[in-house]
Design a protein. Structure first.
Ligand code: FAD
Length: 475
């Protein structure tokens, strides 16, 4: 059957379903095609399930090791991992039902199946008509459209020679589905996902070793944040091998162990554990979607777009992980909203990626917005830096977790804030003030003039802003 739409969205992840809602709000006749579960990676294999597990790990640590410090005795604490997983699934299901009802509320037609773009055909002289192979096995649906948004997302990448069996050698997809915890694990890749898993599994009691190719973990973050993260996680008991290139040829598997060597500056070091998690990045889902029937181009495997999110075919847009860049849920959804507003003829400002906050939900958490100190210097800025530790913030001591700091980088000449970087407890919430400051082009003085409530963790922002000009009060 053929149906006509103003907007069809291919992929119902965070980018796709948010775009669909905005499209319906703007009065456009909208369809969404999803081959798996609405909500995509973030809801089913990413943000939400991983944060649910991280929370359980935090509660376990608190009960087992830290509660006594607060005067609360919790002897006999034990972990019920089946319950941990069940709680995670309950949260995912609740949110999944929420997304489904939002589709109904918006009167968005959802096609459960695999979509593929056709070239010019009897349906339309333009490429992009979507043929949907329905999951139900019913006859293919044809969606004739004025505009298409590709939002097919991404999937885990691995290294050649490290084939993922999702049992012994896992991606984050397999790790989320683990029924039992291993005694030990090797995590190949010390980026955001690797560090979140390292922190979580360690807090669940697993012996964790992280092997990172770069010379530092979370290499996209400010160097001071990387150093502090490694220091705190090492102190907790996580082992790190940095500047270490794993040698897949050396992989040895037995029923209950994995051994692999890594080249570290010319020296070979061997690592053994029960399981391995490979977290070396993600690749775009561009196969089988009919790109060959269009002029759309790829760059390093990701769909190429303009700042309006239009591809080479001006009526076909692409957003989210499939276009690369910052592969984050809030980025995907904002790109989706921008694309739809552009389709609707509304004025759309190009997204300023330097003002989007990035978070790491490990324990300690880390977050940032804007340039790192090195990036700022490389771009020719004469920088001034204010740093303030949580150890001098009363609420951090009250909370029993005073690790970490906030670092603000400003331009000495103009006083513009160039970047804000945080590590410590709750910094994934505190970063929103930094994001707002960047969007409003605030100066450190303006942040410092905002009276932060006492006692609160947010006081660290005021103090770090004062520290930029050497005027911090409590240091
Ligand atoms: P996806 O969410 O991947 O959705 C794409 C959808 O398209 C999928 O549902 C797929 O089934 C569907 N699809 C693909 N091809 C077709 C087709 N041909 N036909 C029909 N449907 C198709 N980001 C954050 O911001 N915060 C976090 O805390 C965070 N944590 C993460 C933790 C992990 C372990 C991982 C893996 C990722 C995490 N991310 C996080 C990243 C975040 O999940 C992604 O950036 C986000 O999901 C991207 O959304 P998307 O809509 O572009 O793609």
């Amino acid at each position: 059957m053929a149906q006509e739409y103003d907007v069809v969205i291919l992929g119902g992840g965070t980018g796709g379903y948010v775009a669909a809602i905005r499209s319906a709000q703007l009065g456009l006749k909208t369809a969404l095609v999803e081959k798996g579960a609405l909500g995509g990676t973030c809801l089913h294999k990413g943000c939400i399930p991983s944060k649910a597990l991280l929370k359980s790990a935090e509660v376990y640590q608190l009960a087992k090791n830290e509660a006594t410090h607060f005067g609360v005795e919790t002897s006999g604490t034990s972990l019920n991992f089946a319950r941990v997983q069940a709680r995670k699934d309950e949260i995912v299901n609740q949110l999944h039902n929420g997304v489904k009802s939002l589709m109904k509320k918006g009167k968005i037609d959802v096609y459960e199946g695999t979509g593929r773009m056709l070239g010019p055909s009897i349906f339309s002289p333009m490429p992009g008509t979507i043929s949907v192979e329905m999951n139900s096995g019913e006859e293919n649906e044809m969606l004739i459209l004025k505009n298409l948004i590709i939002a097919t997302g991404s999937r885990p990448r691995t290294l050649p020679g490290l084939e993922l069996d999702e049992q012994q050698i896992m991606s984050s997809d397999g790790a989320l589905a683990m029924e039992t915890l291993p005694k030990s694990i090797l995590i190949v890749g010390g980026g955001v996902i690797g560090i979140e898993w390292a922190s979580m599994l360690h807090d669940f009691g697993v012996d964790v070793t992280v092997i990172e190719y770069a010379d530092r973990i979370i290499p996209t973050e400010d160097e001071d944040i990387s150093k502090e993260m490694k220091k705190i996680l090492s102190k907790k008991g996580i082992s790190f091998a940095v500047g270490a290139k794993v040698l897949p040829d050396t992989l040895k598997k037995t029923a209950d162990s994995i051994t692999i060597s890594a080249d570290m500056n010319g020296e070979t070091k061997e690592f053994t554990a029960e399981r391995m998690l490979v977290s070396v990045g993600r690749q775009a889902n561009v196969e089988g979607i009919g790109l060959e029937n269009t002029e759309i181009q790829l760059e390093k495997g990701f769909v190429q777009t303009k700042s309006t999110f239009q591809t080479k075919e001006s009526h076909i847009y692409a957003i989210g992980d499939v276009i690369g860049g910052l592969q984050l849920a809030h980025v995907a959804s904002h790109e989706g909203i921008s694309a739809v507003e552009h389709i609707a003829g509304q004025p759309v400002e190009p997204l300023d990626y330097t003002k989007i906050a990035k978070c790491i939900y490990s324990s300690p958490e880390a977050s940032s917005v804007g340039l790192t100190e090195k990036q700022a210097k490389d771009q020719g800025y004469d920088v001034k830096v204010g740093k303030f530790p949580f150890a001098a913030i009363g609420k951090a001591l009250v909370n029993g977790n005073a690790d970490g700091f906030v670092k603000i980088i400003a331009d000495r000449k103009t006083d513009d804030i160039l970047g804000i970087h945080m590590i410590g407890s709750h910094v994934t919430d505190l970063i929103s003030e930094a994001g707002l400051a960047m969007v409003l082009d605030a100066t450190p003085w303006e942040i410092a003039s905002t009276v932060h409530p006492h006692p609160s963790l947010s006081e660290v922002m005021g103090e770090a802003a004062l520290a930029v000009d050497g005027k911090a009060i409590h240091m």
